[in-house]
Design a protein around this ligand. Structure first.
Ligand code: COI
Length: 354
């Protein structure tokens, strides 16, 4: 455990903030002046510190590089009316980080380290929180093994860090996705439910093949039969079948997205019919052909609510009706966005001021 969380702070000599064009923020390319880090050594967490954002020295023999012992989270902070940081559901990310840590056999991160580290980073880099519509400060907590040992065994040393990046939309327009029926993202008993770096690394090649065919993302299917929709890699996926919001039920091969959970909670509160269940590829294609599927969209922290314009399957693209303001996706985007920004009441107690 961290005994007393005294965070050492080393400030940058000169902020890079004036060089940032906040009217044109890409996703994940600009980082704030500072980063938070702490080390797990000799069985305990210590040296919590804020240092200038920059390159680090790590051993070439660290298992994170060789065996992918690396996990991460993603969450967003918004600028409140009093310039405070409004952080969306950080405790959900904290819990999921440790769920991933357990699966990857890594040291658990104490709650105080996670929240106080985040608070300290937001305090020092507060001016980096964008206020423009569609933008936020993306926080990326991550944990990696830091041993100097290339034998395979549970690591002894770990480093926990938080970096922050002012971001715009991950997808700037409705996406075209392809149902993947050859490659597999995750299988029962695997690491699909964990936010393990390797899950994402392994998805890059099949996703690139789809991108080369004109899609932006895949709709991953189950690894056994490729008969059921799972998720979309950068986001969970939802459909409106008639008047019902349908999403694949969670399993150990699907990431339990926090945006997914938030959308379902709001939809249920609004009285919408919601089903978390298996979604068959055949059922989806039949629904797209018959018009029963009115909407499809991705839900994720980075992606927010990402309308899907077409779904490809076995060489045929099935278009969805054009995204409109009347759509559930547009409605839920606004409801969620207003809660996150502190514009609307937060009946779920999701927003944490830091
Ligand atoms: C997030 O939405 O925070 C994610 O982790 C997706 C990411 C791979 C960009």
């Amino acid at each position: 455990m961290v005994e007393t969380l005294k965070i050492e702070v080393e400030r940058v000599a000169k902020s890079r903030l004036p060089q940032v064009d906040f009217s044109n923020l890409p996703f994940g390319k600009v980082y704030t002046d500072h980063m938070f880090m702490a080390d797990f050594r000799n069985g305990e967490w210590g040296s919590p510190r804020i240092v200038p954002y920059g390159r680090m020295l790590i051993s070439p023999a660290t298992p994170a590089l060789h065996y992918g012992q690396s996990i991460f989270e993603g969450l967003k902070a918004y600028r409140g009316t009093d310039r405070e940081a409004l952080v969306f559901r950080p405790m959900a990310n904290f819990k999921r980080l440790n769920l991933s840590a357990e699966r990857l056999c890594m040291a658990l991160v104490p709650e105080e380290l996670f929240t106080e580290g985040m608070r300290a980073l937001l305090e020092i880099d507060r001016a980096w929180i964008p206020s423009t519509a569609g933008s936020a400060l993306y926080l990326r907590p991550f944990l990696f093994s830091a041993d100097e040992f290339i034998g395979i065994r549970p690591s002894l040393d770990f480093t926990f860090m938080i970096i922050a990046s002012p971001v715009g939309a991950y997808y700037s327009a409705p996406v075209k996705v392809k149902i993947e029926t050859h490659y597999t993202r995750a299988v029962a008993g695997g690491t699909g439910y964990a936010k393990a770096g390797g899950n994402y690394g392994g998805a890059i090649y099949p996703t690139k093949l789809a991108v080369d065919q004109g899609y932006q993302q895949l709709l991953w299917t189950d690894g056994k039969e490729h008969a059921y929709i799972e998720e979309s890699g950068t986001m969970n996926v939802m459909f409106v079948f008639g008047d019902t919001l349908v999403t694949p039920a969670l399993s150990d091969s699907i990431l339990a997205g926090i945006t997914r959970d938030s959308v379902l909670a709001i939809a249920r509160r609004e009285g919408m019919k919601v089903e978390e269940r298996k979604v068959g590829v055949k059922e989806l294609i039949d629904g797209l052909k018959s018009g029963l599927v009115k909407e499809a969209f991705g839900v994720g922290t980075a992606a927010t609510i990402a309308p899907i314009q077409a779904i490809g399957h076995e060489g045929i693209d099935y278009p969805l009706p054009a995204a409109s303001k009347q759509n559930f996706a547009a409605h839920i985007y606004t409801v969620l966005d207003e809660i996150k920004r502190g514009i609307a009441p937060d009946p779920f107690g999701w927003v944490v001021k830091m």
